[in-house]
Write a protein that binds this ligand. Structure first.
Ligand SMILES: [Zn+2]
Length: 95
């Protein structure tokens, strides 16, 4: 969401990519097609409460937001679970 020169973003959404990459890196053999990644992303985000921050448009988001340890840990758990669920039941045939 953008308001004039400001924007309001969900830092959970920003962090989820980083977490998915981390989780998948440590789990070889998991499907990484766009569909599965998108499903993992949606599943994980549905489990998490959004956390919005306001920041100047054009400015990179405060690193402090990304360093919230509890948030990152909670997200990693949720993403790991989503990876397992999507891989156990992918929405495409086995390739
Ligand atoms: Zn897939």
């Amino acid at each position: 969401m953008e308001i004039g020169n400001m924007r309001v973003i969900n830092i959970v959404e920003e962090l989820v990519w980083e977490c998915i990459n981390e989780v998948i890196e440590h789990r070889p053999g998991k499907c990484r097609c766009d569909r599965c990644i998108a499903d993992i992303c949606a599943l994980a985000l549905n489990q998490m409460k959004p956390r919005y921050v306001a920041s100047d448009r054009g400015k990179t988001i405060s690193k402090a937001a990304f360093l919230e340890k509890d948030l990152k840990i909670a997200l990693l758990v949720v993403v790991a679970d989503a990876v397992e669920r999507v891989n156990a039941n992918p929405r495409h045939g086995v390739e």
